[in-house]
Design a protein around this ligand. Structure first.
Ligand code: HEM
Length: 374
């Protein structure tokens, strides 16, 4: 367990000594294909990153923004119209991230419910449910890939099935490894961040009012909350025996870089346990560090900020429901199991855009694979 931020950066930069090569998802199915690019080492990692990086540039994320905002609004409006209480994960955070993912795939939200069930079984189910959910997710990704081979569209999966690396198309296993990663990487992480943020704001009405009054502070506040409530424990495997800062590490040992520890390192952050929504120069590593730095960070930041912004715009002053306490869990990705918020009155519905329900028009702004000359 690497505890100092400086040492975590050293580990995460040294891909020769600390490998990402594991098959976390596929091993649950008795298989061994990697999630791509997460579980690849150089040189394959760099090749796939170069292919996928353009999909998540800030320009591309900005192009998705309108759809993401519409999805957030539709869900929150539904809650705000009738109710004075809700379970944030179930009613907002999870369906929101699933809708964004389906939108990214260019698929309608008719699959939201089933995807939510698979993701929930995958993360919280027992052994059998977990394996069944993993099988269903793989089948779903394989089907979407097959559909896009036959019927190309302006979306993520079409990009992947048409892509070329080193003069060849991707194999089915590679397409699957990318599709599965994008599904599992972007759902519970973003949902957890939104829930931790809303729990914090529920308990700290002064900060809640600050962001309500001055929504232009939300982006900065999201960074501080990502630092304070980091969720991902990054794991590496030692490729050789090494002495690391005086500690022997053996070949094959698992090395944990828990971002939640590094992000409260007092050497890096003044008063690390104080949450200061105006903190500047916040060089947290909630999205990792080095070559595997989160590819979806731009999208995640916007999803969280839009989610909080739309929530504050529609839900009056909220608090944690009396008699309940948010249940959180640890693990490789920390999360919130349920967070029950309450407020005093239903709100007047905001004017609804004509097509506000999150029907997914084909994803905006996905470049064609050939536009990279690959
Ligand atoms: C708050 C939300 C998120 C957090 C905290 C987060 C955190 C992380 C971390 C710590 C890593 C590095 C893992 C490692 O080094 O082994 C990572 C990698 C990755 N994330 Fe995220 N992530 C988030 C959202 C997303 C979203 C929305 C997507 C995509 C839609 C995404 C896609 C990826 C991918 C593809 C990688 C692998 C990058 C590589 O190996 O080169 N993430 N994420």
């Amino acid at each position: 367990m690497i505890t100092r931020a400086r040492d975590q950066r050293k580990v995460l930069e040294d891909l020769d000594t600390f490998s990402s090569h594991r098959s976390i998802f596929s091993s649950a199915l008795g298989e061994n294909w990697p999630m791509i690019p997460l579980e690849l080492d150089p040189p394959a990692h760099g090749i796939f990153r170069a292919l996928l990086n353009p999909l998540f540039s800030s320009g591309r994320v900005m192009a998705l923004e309108r759809t993401v905002r519409r999805q957030a609004r539709a869900l929150i409006n539904r809650i705000a119209r009738m109710r004075t209480s809700c379970d944030v994960m179930k009613d907002f955070a999870i369906p929101f991230t699933v809708d964004v993912f389906l939108g990214f795939l260019g698929l309608s939200n008719s699959r939201t419910e089933i995807l939510i069930r698979w993701v929930s079984d995958l993360l919280h189910g027992n052994g059998v449910k977990r394996t069944e959910a993993a099988q269903s997710i793989v089948k779903f990704i394989d089907e979407v890939a097959a559909m896009r081979r036959k019927q190309p569209a302006a979306d993520f999966m079409t990009f992947v099935v048409q892509a070329q690396i080193e003069g060849r198309s991707l194999t089915k296993a590679e397409v699957r490894g990318i599709g599965v990663l994008f599904l599992v990487a972007g759902l519970d992480t973003v949902a957890a961040a939104i829930s931790f943020d809303l729990a914090y704001l529920a308990r700290n009405p002064r900060d809640q009012n600050l962001l309500r009054r001055e929504p232009n502070r939300i982006a900065l506040a999201v960074e501080e909350l990502l630092r304070a409530y980091s969720t991902v424990q990054i794991i590496r495997v030692a490729t050789k025996d090494v002495d690391f800062e005086g500690v022997p590490i053996r070949k094959g040992d698992y090395v944990s870089c828990a971002t939640m520890i590094a992000n409260r390192d007092p050497v890096e952050f003044k008063c690390p346990d104080t949450i200061d929504l105006t903190r500047q120069d916040n060089r947290h590593i909630a999205f990792g560090y080095g070559p595997h730095l989160c590819l979806g960070a731009n999208l995640a930041r916007r999803e969280i900020a839009i989610g909080i912004h739309e929530w504050l715009a529609r839900i009056p002053t909220f608090r944690i429901k009396e008699g309940t306490a948010p249940i959180t869990h640890g693990g490789h990705v920390f999360g919130v199991e349920n967070l029950i918020l309450t407020w005093s009155r239903p709100t007047r519905p905001e004017p609804v855009e004509r097509n506000e329900e999150p029907s997914h028009s084909p994803t905006v702004g996905i470049p064609s694979a050939s536009s990279h000359g690959m």
